[in-house]
Every structure is written in structure tokens, then in C-alpha cells.
Design a binder for this molecule. Sequence first.
Ligand code: PEP
Length: 249
Amino acid sequence: MSKRKQLIAGNWKMNGSLAANEALVGELLAGVGQPACDVVVCPPGVYLGQLQRLLTGSPIELGAQNVSTHDNGAFTGDVSADMLKDFGVRYAIVGHSERRQHQAESDVHVAIKAKRALAAGITPIVCVGETLREREEGMTDFIVKRQLAAVIHLNGHCVSEIVVAYEPVWAIGTGKTATPEQAQAVHAVLRAQLKAATEHADRVRILYGGSMNAANAAELLAQPDIDGGLIGGAALKSADFLKIVSAAQ
Ligand code: PEP
């Protein structure tokens, strides 16, 4: 059982509309009560203002799905960490595998994004994870350690302020979940790596992500180094998301 307050983060990806968001948030607020864990939802960037209005004063915090590597200036389409902060954003997902794959984000980009977020007082949720081929080749530990090492290298002792999300790429949106044992084994590797970098590694939350749902959440969240979940598909269904929140502490 995790020693840390768990965090359940919903990644809405590129889904939603003004009307759909209002309905989903309404259902979440009606059912969430006083959660034992921290809860955050990460809508598409254009809806941050709407979500800020809907969530203010509630136990659900606001997160972003991305942040620019730059502070400000001629970077068309980018949104800076300070701009996110203006909208009450508390967390920002960085290095999601979909961005690493489709936007060619490198480990160094991800490390810079984490640094920008931290400088603005936003907690980066740093995603790491191996592809199916990398797992089959026995490369899992090497890949996740390489991805996290870049963030540690650039952020030094501030790494104790990040959240890590272990998301095996083969489990994202596929319905294939890592077993609790598979996930715990990788989380332990990441915890050991953090311990070598900071004396405060025990307070870093390491989330699991990859087809976590209402049925499998409790078993995953019971593992000693699994401190919450990054939830994609199930975050769009209020009943499922709320069941995952209830399974966390
Ligand atoms: C994600 O997008 O971070 C994710 C874990 O998605 P899903 O829960 O749908 O696998």
C-alpha cells in the first residue's frame, strides 16, 4: 500500500465540447464528495477557462495536457507555463507517449517542459513507458530510466517536486493493462532511480497509466509503489472515473 496521498488524473485527450464538458463535470462534482486522494482533470487547452470556472472551489483540480518548452515569444501555437498558471492549472502532463510519437517530442524536450512547469509552480506529470517491442526485447527498464534520467539531469534536486507516470505504450487505449506485478516492478525501478537523485524520493508520486478502469484500479493501486493513476478512456465516463477515485486513498 502506497505511503503517499494518491493522485487520480484524468487525461481527456482531444475529446469534449462546451456542452459535453459541462455535463461531465456536473456528474463528477455530484459524485466526488470529499475524496481521500487528490483528483485532477486535464481537458484540451481551449477549455481550461471553462473548466477553471466549473471547478473553482471544488475538490477537483485542473491540469493541462502539455506545456511549451519556451517562456514566450514567436512560437505560434504554443502555450507557456505562465499562461497555464493564469487559468489555475496545478498539473501539466509532459511527455505523453502520444506526443512523443506524433509530435516527435524527445527526452530533452520533455525535460525542458518539466522545468518550465516547475518554474511556474505547476507540477509536471512526466510520462515514461516502453513500446511492446521494447518490452519484448527486454528493454523496459533501460527505456524508462533513460526517459526519466533526462528529467533528473535538467531538474536536479527539484525532481522531488514532479509526479511520474509509468505508461507502457502497449497498454494505452488498448484495453491491455499491465499486471499489478509488472507495473510494480517498473515503479520500483523508477523509485530506485529517484532515490539516487534525491533524498526526497519517497514523496514522489508514481502513477500507473494504461487502460486503468473501474474493475482493475483497486488491485493496481494497492501496490506499494503505485501512487495513483493517469486515466484516459475511463476519465470520460463519470461513473468509471468516480469508481477509480473511490479505489484510491
Ligand atoms: C492515457 O492516455 O494516459 C491513458 C492511460 O489512456 P487509457 O487509460 O485510455 O489507456
